[in-house]
Design a protein around this ligand. Structure first.
Ligand SMILES: Nc1ncnc2c1ncn2[C@@H]1O[C@H](COP(=O)(O)OP(=O)(O)OP(=O)(O)O)[C@@H](O)[C@H]1O
Ligand SMILES: [Mg+2]
Length: 297
């Protein structure tokens, strides 16, 4: 019999770290249950699902939740011109991702799940709890036994998990993903940039990690920020930039849109990123120590 967990070693080979989370996700899928993944941006949610997709024989449908993802879009619709000439036949129904996932026993992966409208959530509740939905003029669509819903949300989002009703939460098991360890983030940045400047990689990772603890930021940057910062810095270096200017320009350009400044802060994103980079640069280059010594004299 097919088991998601048997894929664990292959999936782990494709992903840096995350062994525990992969085991939890596969165990929930093997239990026949649906998963709500909760984690800030860049914490491997999509990466894990893509790795699962590459290893299984069932299709995975990737969707991003927004207010346009209505129940009709999820379920599907009849093709109007064909209906005009041929009527409501099964062949004239254009299935949406929910119906496709149910029929094919696939995984429906919905990011930004808390942004989808109520009617779409209700359609999902029925599919998840009954294993079937009734579509007007088409009839009952039954889910094959490998059908699963995996939803993902970002806990920093304006409308978080509390926006989701008890009814939908009750149908999900929960896997939380925290930011990766520093070592894993360094490995991820290395693998995504092919950069061989160890100093720059560690520097970029430390910058994004410091933004996450910064009192003026409601949300700091993810590993995606460190990847972008390193890629930009490499190109700026080729254009002749170096030193503090190089890392500061790369950081501001790469991270500006990825951090979320607190309403109470009097600084803007550029100032905060610039301060973080400057402080770290002085620490790393030892200039700070030098300044301290010279000011004592
Ligand atoms: N564990 C990992 N192994 C390898 N690459 C990773 C890992 N985690 C993240 N990445 C890389 O970091 C980037 C962001 O990861 P990913 O898209 O999986 O995050 P996410 O949790 O889906 O974020 P979001 O909430 O913004 O959708 C991707 O480029 C991905 O390749
Ligand atoms: Mg994602």
């Amino acid at each position: 019999m097919f088991s998601f967990s048997s894929l664990s070693p292959k999936i782990k080979k494709k992903i840096i770290g995350r062994d525990r989370e992969i085991d939890l996700i596969l165990s929930v899928l093997d239990s026949g249950k649906h998963i709500l993944l909760e984690g800030p941006p860049g914490t491997s949610k999509t990466t894990i699902l893509r790795a699962i997709k590459d290893e299984i024989n069932v299709p995975v449908f990737f969707l991003t939740g927004n207010s346009d993802l209505t129940a009709t879009k999820l379920i599907g619709h009849f093709d109007p011109p064909k209906v005009l000439y041929q009527g409501y036949t099964t062949d004239n129904f254009i299935p949406g991702p929910l119906v496709m996932a149910m029929r094919e026993g696939g995984i429906l992966y919905i990011e930004e799940f808390n942004r989808i409208p109520e009617d779409a959530i209700n359609a999902l509740i029925t599919a998840m709890s009954e294993g079937e939905i009734s579509v007007p003029r088409l009839g009952v669509v039954k889910a094959r036994n490998t059908f699963r819903v995996v939803a993902a949300i970002n806990p920093f989002d304006d409308v978080g998990v509390e926006r989701l009703s008890r009814a939908i939460l009750d149908r999900f098991c929960s896997v939380k993903l925290q930011y990766q360890s520093k070592e894993d983030e360094i490995r991820i940045v290395k693998s995504k940039t092919s950069c061989d400047d160890e100093w720059l990689i560690e520097f970029a990772v430390e910058v994004v990690r410091r933004t996450r603890m910064h009192p003026d930021l409601r949300m700091g940057a993810s590993v995606r920020g460190a990847i972008d910062m390193v890629l930009i810095a490499q190109n700026l270096k080729n254009l002749g930039y170096d030193g503090l200017e190089l890392v500061r320009e790369a950081a501001i350009t790469g991270l500006r849109n990825k951090v979320w400044v607190s309403e109470a802060s009097e600084k803007d994103a550029d100032e905060i990123i610039s301060e973080v980079v400057t402080e770290l640069y002085l620490e790393r280059t030892g200039i700070e120590e030098h300044l301290k010594k010279t000011s004592v004299k």
